[in-house]
Design a protein around this ligand. Structure first.
Ligand SMILES: Cc1cc2nc3c(=O)[nH]c(=O)nc-3n(C[C@H](O)[C@H](O)[C@H](O)COP(=O)(O)O)c2cc1C
Length: 323
């Protein structure tokens, strides 16, 4: 299928409950990436991590588990486990800009050490088949999600040369460097460079918010057939659904409140079921309200109250007021 939309992984936001409920009410997304799992020397997933890949809680056909590590043995162990669960693709995180991650030379922090990226990819691609065979699993594809570099976007030239040495199934580029975090303007000229130099098929990620943005990205880069959207899709959950149905934005700027209500209430009920205590449930829901502003323009006061609520009953009453 041409012109696909992928849901970006957002740690603390797009967990398995969110992804499953989103797919039920909205969809239009071809692949859902899990927030990163961090395999380590315990050679065990935490309970929280396992929920992200548990086939009972995830559709293995459309979910792509993501790994964050700088250790090929840890990567291969996790890849063997994930492949044995039936997943067809594993994504490698080489983009996370968070200070603690970068300090451990992981995510975009590893990009500063291209020879280590090279060694790690070499070991992963040479060891993958063996670890999957041992687990009785089919060898999954390995895709990468990357930034341009850590300190300077020009680091990307060498990084891309390294990626080109390996059979990476898809290369998603978020055209920022580590120190840009999520704020500084994106640097699409480096995506242009990748278009002419990458051997792996490319996916564009960054600041896509509207159907126009999706259309523009596909028209600027006719060689790509997928874009990955994070915040834009959380803010407007109808975005991918509308795009995939060929609806043009001008005809439909409003969101369907009844659908949103059902989506929201089902999320809330599931978090009430799995989290103990009101505080963790409210904390989880409030995370979304950082994004759900756009459909409720003019109702900022109520949203503020929602974000300050301390009781689920109070939260529910405010939500009813809003919708
Ligand atoms: C709160 C938050 C959590 C994120 N967690 C992850 C993650 O676990 N793995 C990852 O590869 N990217 C992560 N990202 C980056 C997003 O996947 C995406 O690359 C970024 O938000 C830019 O895309 P957007 O402009 O469409 O949101 C995170 C971003 C945010 C804001």
């Amino acid at each position: 299928m041409k012109n696909k939309i992928y849901l970006a992984p957002l740690e603390g936001v797009t967990d398995s409950i969110y992804r499953r409920t989103f797919e039920k009410y909205y969809g239009g997304v071809v692949k859902y990436f899990t927030p990163f799992l961090s395999p380590n020397s315990t050679y065990k997933f935490t309970t929280r991590e396992f929920k992200e890949i548990d086939p009972e809680k995830n559709d293995v056909r459309i979910t792509v588990p993501q790994l964050l590590t700088n250790n090929s043995q840890h990567f291969l162990w996790a890849a063997g486990q994930i492949a044995a669960l039936g997943y067809k693709e594993i994504n490698f995180n080489l983009g996370c800009p968070s200070g603690t991650v970068v300090a451990k030379k992981k995510g975009s922090g590893l990009l500063y050490y291209p020879e280590e990226v090279n060694k790690l990819l070499y070991e992963v691609f040479s060891g993958l088949e063996k670890v999957c065979t041992e687990n009785g699993a089919k060898v999954p594809e390995i895709s990468i999600k990357t930034r341009l570099g850590k300190e300077k976007p020009e680091e990307f030239y060498e990084i891309l040369d390294i990626y080109n040495e390996y059979p990476i199934s898809e290369l998603t580029i978020h055209p920022r460097i580590q120190s840009d975090f999520y704020r500084e303007p994106i640097k699409p000229e480096f995506f242009d460079y990748a278009v002419t130099h990458s051997k792996a098929p490319l996916v564009f990620n960054g600041e896509i918010k509207t159907i126009k943005d999706i259309e523009n990205t596909f028209s600027i880069y006719p060689v790509i057939d997928a874009v990955m959207i994070g915040r834009g899709l959380i803010e407007n959950p109808e975005l991918a659904m509308k795009y995939s149905k060929g609806i043009s934005e001008d005809l439909s700027t409003e969101i369907d409140i009844e659908r949103f209500k059902k989506f929201h209430n089902e999320l809330l009920e599931q978090y009430i079921e799995i989290l103990s205590g009101e505080k963790p449930v409210l904390h989880r829901l409030k995370e979304f309200w950082g994004y759900w502003q756009q459909p409720f323009a003019g109702q900022e006061k109520t949203i503020k109250k929602i974000r300050k609520s301390n009781k689920i009953s109070e939260y529910k009453a405010l939500f009813e007021e809003l919708v």
